[in-house]
Design a protein around this ligand. Structure first.
Ligand SMILES: [Zn+2]
Length: 406
């Protein structure tokens, strides 16, 4: 009889004690409180003045206005009205492509890993707190993600596809070996399974592929609840590849290139994301085949405008390769500015660089906006990017995972 009455009481006492212990543990954690911020939160809402942003651990705890309670140990930073935005996202990056000076290309795991470190670091210092690596050498990008998670790398947070998948002789191996070559639906499906098992976040498919091969790859990826990014085309205008991609449910189509009108329409209807990467393609074209005043160089901007008119959601991606790696991260800001030049408002370009990038990569429930509960990634800029988008280049502070890294 006695134990019967004591047991519930004991449970209540224990629960009470553990609640105290938990809240004491929480209290010990130092909060960072940013006061007097002008917040552009990434949702497209008008900027809010005089905002407090409270960060606890790796997350945003609260966004508020008015007076804020400050504990003695809290670190309070007065931003004096400066603009805060979510950490930027580069939705198409290659962390370990060699640059042109590297001939013949030296490819092995060690050199690719070393190359990745400064590229990721430079991106982070420019305010790009997350990248999608759209194809690297063997497992090096998956290992970079692991190294980042274990704290060995200070750099942009890697979201990775591991090795790209294409048919024999495809786009990923045409210059040097940076893709898995497989043939037949069975091999495409197996390659998807291998990449996901190894730790890829997203599957990237490049032409050539047959309809059956792509269907198997997309089906397998979606069964494992991951997203598929497909490269738009090669061999100039072989539209069939991208038609199959749109028809069979690709989640992202990379590059505003080789996209016929019917595919653009379908992308808008189905909510397939685009990462147009106009800047790198125009630079490539100018270098290889065209003079700067050649009209051909603007072909990509025409496709971009069609994508916009069709309501296709677009994210910012640099796709810097070879010698353009040296120009990074400036390419990122050139691409943002090109969005504005081609009809985006400054606010829409900011959304493309933050929330839309997160949506395209399927990480929108933790990144891309400054909201309570989300991972605390933010940047502070000196000027007003809503009146001049190039002010995004002047990042004075960068926070990633709740820690100021700049
Ligand atoms: Zn690429």
């Amino acid at each position: 009889m006695k134990t019967k009455t004591l047991l519930p009481a004991a449970i209540i006492v224990l629960t009470f004690i553990s609640t105290i212990a938990f809240s004491q543990e929480k209290e010990k954690e130092q909060r960072i409180i940013l006061i007097n911020a002008r917040l552009i939160d990434g949702t497209g809402a008008d900027p809010a003045e005089n905002v407090n942003i409270i960060i606890r651990g790796t997350r945003f705890e609260k966004i508020s206005s008015g007076r804020v309670y400050q504990a003695e140990k809290d670190k309070v930073i007065d931003l004096e009205g400066r603009t805060v935005l979510p950490g930027l996202i580069d939705a198409h990056f290659h962390m370990n492509y060699p640059d042109f000076s590297d001939r013949p290309p030296l490819l092995n795991e060690a050199i690719c890993a070393y190359r990745s470190v400064p590229y990721l670091y430079n991106h982070l210092m420019s305010g790009i707190t997350t990248i999608f690596d759209a194809g690297g050498y063997k497992a090096t990008t998956i290992m970079a993600k692991k190294a980042f998670n274990e704290g060995y790398i200070t750099g942009s947070r890697p979201v990775v596809c591991g090795e790209r998948i294409n048919g024999t002789g495809g786009h990923g191996v045409s210059r040097f070996d940076m893709a898995t070559e497989v043939d037949g639906a069975h091999e495409f499906r197996k390659a998807v399974r291998q990449q996901l098992y190894a730790g890829a976040d997203i599957i990237k498919i490049l032409p050539p592929y047959s309809q059956a091969e792509l269907e198997a790859a997309i089906e397998e990826t979606h069964l494992q609840q991951k997203r598929v990014a497909v490269h738009s085309g090669i061999y100039n205008k072989q539209y069939q590849f991208v038609r199959w991609a749109a028809a069979m449910g690709a989640d992202i189509i990379m590059h505003a290139y080789a996209l016929p009108d019917d595919v653009i329409y379908e992308m808008g209807m189905k909510g397939i994301y685009s990462v147009p990467t106009m800047t790198i393609m125009m630079k490539n074209q100018l270098r290889d085949r065209f003079t700067p005043d050649n009209k051909e160089a603007h072909e990509y901007e025409i496709i971009f405008r069609k994508l916009k008119d069709a309501g296709v959601k677009m994210a910012i991606g640099t796709d810097a390769l070879y010698d353009f790696m040296k120009e990074n991260p400036a390419l990122y800001f050139l691409e943002v500015e090109r969005f504005v030049k081609n009809g985006y408002t400054e606010m829409e370009a900011i959304e493309a660089a933050t929330r839309i990038g997160a949506e395209a990569l399927g990480i929108e429930n933790r990144l891309g906006t400054v909201k309570a509960g989300k991972t605390a990634d933010l940047i502070v800029v000196d000027g007003d990017p809503l009146s001049d988008i190039s002010e995004l280049r002047n990042v004075i502070r960068v926070m990633q995972n709740g820690r100021f890294v700049k």
